[in-house]
Design a protein around this ligand. Structure first.
Ligand SMILES: Nc1ncnc2c1ncn2[C@@H]1O[C@H](COP(=O)(O)OP(=O)(O)O)[C@@H](O)[C@H]1O
Ligand SMILES: [Mg+2]
Length: 668
């Protein structure tokens, strides 16, 4: 007979079993939210499924018996860990030993597990160990390395250490490095010995520029060795041909005659350039202030003149690159380039084959006086304030700032014309008109039509072009100088110190200057070139101006067409240089010169150098040459050295022979 107590106990046991079954179901069913997790989640799941809440003690007891709970229970410890960066497989392995001693009897006496994981690929390796002696761990580790390859580093509880690379790899690397060193040294020796500057076979090259000035036209012919064309100072003047007659602007009424006037010089150019090089010889025609004035007066006529000269030059077998009128700024700037190119101020090519910037960059200024305009160009000591007169050429890798201005109507001929008109105006009705710059005994008669035939002078509203006026010389230098000052506005600059004349902006002159064209002709005639003191210049000019025309005629040929004007032009030059440009303190910096290095100082050379790209904006390259055999050997050894470098890299990164890696001992 079963007692009530027994019945109750039976029911309780049944319920306890059912509950245990239910808990097992919940905990070991992965889809159940309460499975394989913590106590709270498990408790919640039981409550939902059985509608009864089990106490903490009961749940803890049950969970404590479950291996799945006790072994996998997450252990969270807050401690700082080192960040490990791994860039490729086998860059670092992490290894540890698991203590399995408690289960040794059920695992054939294996008491430990060596676990190794590749940090980059997460591939893991496991080996069982009977004990954790050095030999046993090393055996297990060796076996893992055979399977997974040798890592660069191994991280254990004992720290990070490198795996000793195999002897084979060591020897291979050492051999490659030694060979690479030898190859590099051989390549270096080959490169350094027996190299010499290349003087490539070359032939002369030619270039020509017509300077179509206001008073005359000249053809300048230049030549240079073709292999040195970018060197400074190598272009030299071959010959100059003076065109017969006046400047091309004087052919305004008969443009075809302007073209024909050039024939003589084109023929001499034909004779000077070898027949097989004519087609590649560039020819330019640049017209200056005479044509600038004609263009102002009558653009159709100036176009016709340019057309006709173009037609004639095109009839010759040269590489004609056009006829055009240069602006005043261009004329000034090209004169500046010519001077500094000939002086080798931009850059020098040394005998050792190097390019050097001359010390201190002594850049020269250019003073050009033609018949119809006068130009000044220089690199000032201060920034150019007026962009209209600033140029920034980049030559041989260096940026220059050049101030340049061209005074139209202030070339010698037009200035003399202005003086005549001024004297005529001042004379009122006195005839003949006294000319203080002309020599006593000299008379000049000309028609009013000729006198006023220029945009540089103001014509009276009405005048008879055919009526004549006579100017008679008085040899009065002081009056001459004063009257000349009247054709320029010298007071317009009194308020602004950075000023030339006529109110034109000009920074203070700085550096040395070459004064050429009329500056040179006049001062050379007076014996003042290339340099003279200021007092010597004024005395000489004064003495010369006081002379009579008769005494001059006797000493100099009367046929010298410039003789009449030397006194006036000398005084005009003094006024421009001292009162205009303000060379009072720096007079000694001016060199009155026609040529540098046997080449005329003229805008033409700078123009040709620029248009034929003979002045590079960047510093030229120096060419070094080696003999072909040596060059081939250099290429071979350099290529071999590169190949070996790649091999070393490959060995280090990729070559990872399994089985060749050895480990002496590891402590974990
Ligand atoms: N032998 C000389 N003696 C004096 N002056 C000369 C001599 N040869 C040329 N000239 C002067 O040189 C100047 C040359 O100017 P030019 O180049 O024709 O004019 P521009 O450059 O204004 O267009 C003229 O004023 C001319 O009188
Ligand atoms: Mg000129």
């Amino acid at each position: 007979m079963i007692s009530l107590f027994e019945i109750i106990m039976l029911l309780y046991i049944r319920e306890a079993r059912r509950m245990a079954e239910k808990m097992k179901n919940i905990y070991y069913t992965p889809s159940n939210p309460g499975s394989y997790g913590g106590k709270e989640r498990f408790q919640r799941a039981i409550a939902e499924e059985t509608v009864s809440r089990l106490g903490d003690v009961q749940v803890n007891e049950w969970l404590a018996e479950q291996d799945a709970y006790t072994l996998h229970k997450p252990v969270r410890k807050q401690f700082s860990r080192n960040i490990v960066f791994s860039t490729h497989p086998r860059s670092q392995f992490q290894a540890d030993l698991c203590d399995m001693q408690a289960l040794a009897d059920e695992n054939d006496g294996n008491r430990y597990m060596l676990t190794v994981i590749d940090v980059f690929s997460k591939i893991a390796f496991v080996r069982v160990l009977k004990n954790k002696s050095g030999a046993e761990v090393t055996r297990a580790f060796d076996s893992i390395l055979k399977e997974g390859g040798a890592p660069k580093k191994v991280q254990t509880d004992g720290g990070v250490f490198g795996i000793k690379i195999s002897m084979v790899k060591q020897v291979a690397l050492a051999a490659v490095v030694v060979v690479m060193g030898c190859v590099g040294i051989i390549a270096l020796i080959l490169t350094l010995v027996q190299h010499h500057l290349v003087d490539l076979p070359h032939r002369m090259q030619y270039g020509m520029v017509f300077d179509a000035g206001s008073t005359h036209t000249s053809l300048y012919m230049y030549r240079w060795p073709g292999n040195k064309e970018n060197n400074t100072g190598v272009v030299s003047q071959m010959l100059v041909c003076d065109v017969d007659g006046d400047g091309i602007s004087s052919y305004a009424q008969d443009p075809p005659a302007a073209g024909l006037s050039l024939r003589k010089c084109l023929e001499s150019a034909l004779a000077a350039v070898p027949a097989n090089q004519r087609r590649e010889t560039p020819v330019y025609l640049g017209a200056t202030a005479g044509m600038r004035l004609l263009q102002l007066q009558n653009p159709t006529q100036s176009d016709q003149v340019l057309e006709q000269v173009t037609k004639v030059i095109q009839g010759y077998p040269f590489d004609f690159r056009g006829a055009r009128i240069l602006s005043g700024m261009e004329e000034g700037a090209y004169g500046w380039i010519t001077i500094n190119y000939l002086q080798e101020s931009f850059i020098k090519h040394t005998f050792e084959g190097e390019w050097v910037s001359p010390k201190g960059r002594k850049i020269w200024g250019a003073l050009d006086m033609g018949g119809s305009s006068t130009q000044i160009a220089f690199t000032p000591g201060q920034p150019v304030q007026d962009p209209a007169s600033a140029l920034g050429p980049k030559l041989y890798g260096y940026q220059y700032e050049v101030y340049t201005h061209s005074y139209l109507c202030y070339g010698k001929e037009q200035a003399m014309r202005q003086l005549l008109v001024h004297l005529l105006k001042m004379s009122r009705s006195t005839r003949p008109v006294k000319h203080p710059c002309y020599h006593l005994g000299y008379n000049l008669t000309l028609t009013l039509g000729d006198l006023y035939d220029s945009p540089c002078v103001a014509r009276p509203v009405t005048f008879d072009p055919a009526s004549e006026v006579t100017f008679t010389g008085t040899s009065e230098p002081l009056r001459c100088l004063n009257q000349i000052k009247n054709i320029m506005n010298l007071t317009a600059c009194s308020l602004a110190p950075a000023c030339g004349f006529n109110g034109v902006y000009q920074p203070p002159v700085s550096g040395n200057f070459f004064a050429f064209s009329t500056y040179y002709y006049t001062f050379d005639f007076l014996g003042l070139a290339p340099q003279s003191s200021l007092s010597q210049a004024t005395t000489t000019i004064d003495t010369f101006c006081k002379r009579t025309w008769d005494s001059l005629k006797t000493e100099y040929s009367e046929k010298d067409k410039y003789l009449r004007d030397y006194c006036a032009s000398a005084n005009y030059i003094m006024t421009v240089l001292l009162d205009g440009y303000k060379f009072n303190q720096t007079w000694g910096n001016i060199y009155f010169q026609r040529q540098v290095a046997d080449t005329d100082i003229s805008w033409t050379l700078g123009y040709m150098l620029n248009l034929t790209n003979l002045i590079p904006s960047e510093r030229p390259l120096v060419m070094t040459g080696v003999q072909h055999g040596q060059w081939a050997a250099e290429v071979f050894f350099i290529a071999f050295a590169v190949f070996l470098s790649l091999m070393v890299l490959a060995i280090l990164l990729l070559w990872n022979p399994r089985g060749n890696t050895t480990i002496d001992a590891i402590t974990l």
